[in-house]
Design a protein around this ligand. Structure first.
Ligand SMILES: NC(=O)c1ccc[n+]([C@@H]2O[C@H](COP(=O)([O-])OP(=O)(O)OC[C@H]3O[C@@H](n4cnc5c(N)ncnc54)[C@H](OP(=O)(O)O)[C@@H]3O)[C@@H](O)[C@H]2O)c1
Length: 266
């Protein structure tokens, strides 16, 4: 698909994208680089970072990407990552908190360990990264844009109570920080994807995936690139009067259709 943005929109800018080696994160990194920016990608697995780095260099050349392993659940690793990115590029203009993961489960059968794992990953990890990037880069720069990738949780999240709660926490954090950090020239928004066909959903049972694709008015799953383009809208200067918002990208799924037939399946 041709670019819906002005060429060079992110020229001279640096984005840190967590989970930037795969799926929605990689699609966002590719678009950012295509539009003139440079990206830092971070996740746990070197294999994901290596593959992402190769893909990004094909788009933006050898110097467009910096990759470093980091588990966002660990504040010490997060601090080291942010120091390294600022050391490498000198600044961070855009943070995309995209790293995350969860698993389908009936709330009744969810053990404390499973609950804690998802809360640590999707809520704590987002907070540690946000706090470090704000303090080490964006507040001193007096400028920054943060986009949090959450999920379509409009009607709760039956079948995934853990991630519903974590994402609701991030959504509320988005509003709070939009207000607290506005005087620092920062904007903070969230995107809430519905079902997106990506590396993340490849792991789900095929029958669940087929059902999820039909369970929205547009009768299909979204693509990582469609989410990437919304993230970049919110990260760009074209939308500098938008902050504290959650933008859904779900084919209308929040209004109609049950993705998770949880009585039958979990
Ligand atoms: N696809 C959908 O339908 C959908 C819908 C709503 C929301 N989302 C959310 O959108 C985001 C991207 O999803 P996706 O579909 O692109 O799936 P994905 O490819 O599985 O993306 C998740 C990324 O996060 C990284 N990650 C996970 N835990 C991490 C941690 N503790 N520290 C650092 N990196 C970590 C993973 O890399 P490593 O394994 O290398 O760490 C991976 O690159 C996720 O937060 C997902 O939950 C997806």
């Amino acid at each position: 698909m041709s670019l819906p943005f002005a060429p060079g929109l992110f020229l001279g800018q640096v984005a840190l994208i967590t989970g930037g080696g795969t799926g929605i994160g990689l699609a966002t990194a590719k678009r950012f680089v295509e539009l003139g920016g440079r990206v830092a990608i971070a996740s746990r697995k070197e294999a994901n970072l290596d593959a992402g780095t190769r893909a990004l260099r094909e788009v933006g050349g050898p110097d467009c990407v910096y990759a470093k392993a980091c588990d966002t659940r660990e504040p010490v690793q997060v601090d080291a990552l942010v120091d390294a990115v600022v050391g490498h590029f000198g600044r961070i203009d855009v943070l995309v908190n995209n790293a995350g993961g969860q698993f389908p489960t009936a709330a009744q059968h969810l053990a404390p360990k499973g609950w804690e794992a998802v809360i640590r990953n999707n809520l704590n990890g987002t907070w540690f990264m946000t706090h470090a990037v704000a303090n080490k880069a964006m507040i001193p720069q007096k400028r920054g844009r943060i986009v949090n990738v959450i999920a379509q949780i409009y009607r709760g999240f039956p079948g995934m109570v853990h991630t519903g709660a974590a994402r609701a926490g991030v959504e509320n954090m988005t509003k709070t920080l939009a207000v607290e950090w506005a005087p620092h020239g920062m904007r903070v928004n969230a995107v809430a994807p519905g079902f997106i066909k990506s590396s993340g959903t490849d792991q789900y049972p095929p029958e669940l995936v087929a059902k999820a694709a039909k369970a929205c008015p547009l009768r299909r799953g979204g693509t990582p690139d469609e989410v990437a383009r919304l993230i970049l809208v919110l990260a760009s200067e074209q939308f500098d009067f938008v902050t504290g918002e959650t933008w859904y990208i779900d084919g209308g799924q929040k209004l109609w259709g049950d993705v998770w037939q949880f009585e039958d399946e979990v």
